[in-house]
Design a binder for this molecule. Structure first.
Ligand SMILES: Cc1cc2nc3c(=O)[nH]c(=O)nc-3n(C[C@H](O)[C@H](O)[C@H](O)COP(=O)(O)OP(=O)(O)OC[C@H]3O[C@@H](n4cnc5c(N)ncnc54)[C@H](O)[C@@H]3O)c2cc1C
Length: 311
């Protein structure tokens, strides 16, 4: 008989693993503290693009696997996934696409289209994953495959998971810092301002300080952002003003009305993403899948497939 599996977490990493487990016939339950809109995953916009997680060959391989899965998902509008043009700019000097981007048809942004705040840029077509809709889609796909999702459950140790589960998949994100415990974890706090939808046919990002991005979605637009080491989950109104001011400066227009401020903690891990199996003291196996930094969506399918290969 196939194992009964408990997946700890209900963010993007957990849901992606849980979908694959349930579809492979495992009796799978999601057990998590926060679910849905409460998760850090729901605070992301999100764009497929490796960021804040390193760029090793392994990271790029996981990202490219996920890219293929998102392109398949983008065929169905119900998934919340589409394909968009991303314009990556630099404030500092000439920008060249990263090595992995040679696989894509990138091109330089013509001088006439470079906002005054920047000196160079390139464009690339990438998946846009509208997180609210997409997390709902994954949840429905998981429950339709027989899985169950339970929120409001906080574990202090992995061994606390009910003995009826013979396998545990740990997708606790930044929560792994206390749960495992893993001292390599650090919270990379991100604050964004969600504004009303306006007419912009591409997303804009600049990673030179101050980090800024504008990501138009089907019903709104995400202005970003910040990335600092902090556990603070509440929005700082002054930071929102700074984010909006910088986006206005780059776009050369007044921002539409502010709809919502959001904060999420990117699960940074100093020694890189952790995907590995380990034996707990009670003899059960736990498969860890956490520490995806600013690229949880970008890596999700590649990492989930590797995590499941440990079964
Ligand atoms: C502002 C912002 C913008 C971003 N933009 C992008 C982007 O454009 N593209 C991209 O790829 N990524 C982006 N990211 C990063 C991405 O959101 C994260 O890497 C991803 O959400 C991590 O997902 P996760 O499922 O591992 O963790 P989380 O979403 O944090 O989920 C962790 C889950 O584990 C549960 N949990 C934790 N501890 C316990 C415990 N002890 N007991 C029970 N349950 C527990 C939590 O309640 C939660 O359900 C962004 C992040 C932020 C904050």
């Amino acid at each position: 008989m196939k194992s009964r599996v408990a997946v700890i977490g209900a963010g993007d990493s957990a849901l992606t693993c849980a979908v694959l487990l349930a579809q492979h016939g495992y009796q799978t339950a999601i057990l998590a503290d926060e679910i849905g809109d409460e998760t850090n995953s729901a605070a992301a916009a999100a764009i497929w693009y490796p960021y804040d997680v390193g760029a090793s060959d392994q990271i790029i391989a996981w990202a490219l696997t996920s890219y293929d899965r998102f392109i398949e998902l983008a065929r169905d509008a119900q998934t919340g996934v589409s394909v968009t043009e991303l314009r990556v700019f630099s404030r500092l000097g000439p920008i060249t696409p990263p090595d992995w981007a040679q696989l894509f048809a990138t091109r330089a942004v013509p001088d006439s289209e470079i906002p005054a705040a920047f000196v160079s840029g390139f464009t690339i077509r990438v998946p846009l994953i509208e997180t609210g809709k997409y997390l709902d889609y994954l949840t429905t796909r998981f429950t339709n495959a027989g899985g169950s999702r339970n929120g409001g459950i906080r574990f202090t140790r992995l061994e606390e998971v009910n003995a009826g589960f013979d396998l545990i998949v740990d997708c606790a994100g930044i929560g792994a810092r206390e749960l495992v415990p893993d001292p390599e974890m650090e919270p990379h706090r991100g604050q964004v301002a969600i504004v009303e939808k306006f007419d912009l046919p591409y997303a804009v990002v600049c990673d030179d300080p101050p980090l800024m991005y504008v990501i138009p979605r089907s019903n709104d637009c995400v202005f970003g952002g910040t990335n600092e080491i902090s556990d603070k989950r509440t929005a700082d109104p002054q930071t929102t003003v700074l984010i909006i001011t910088e986006c206005e400066r780059v776009l050369g227009r007044k921002a539409p009305a502010l709809l919502r401020e959001r904060v999420g903690l990117r699960p940074g891990r100093r020694t890189g993403v952790r995907i590995e199996a380990e034996k707990l003291r009670d003899g059960r196996t736990v498969i860890h899948n956490y520490g995806h930094g600013g690229s949880g969506f970008t890596l999700s399918w590649g990492c989930a497939e590797i995590a499941l290969s440990y079964l």
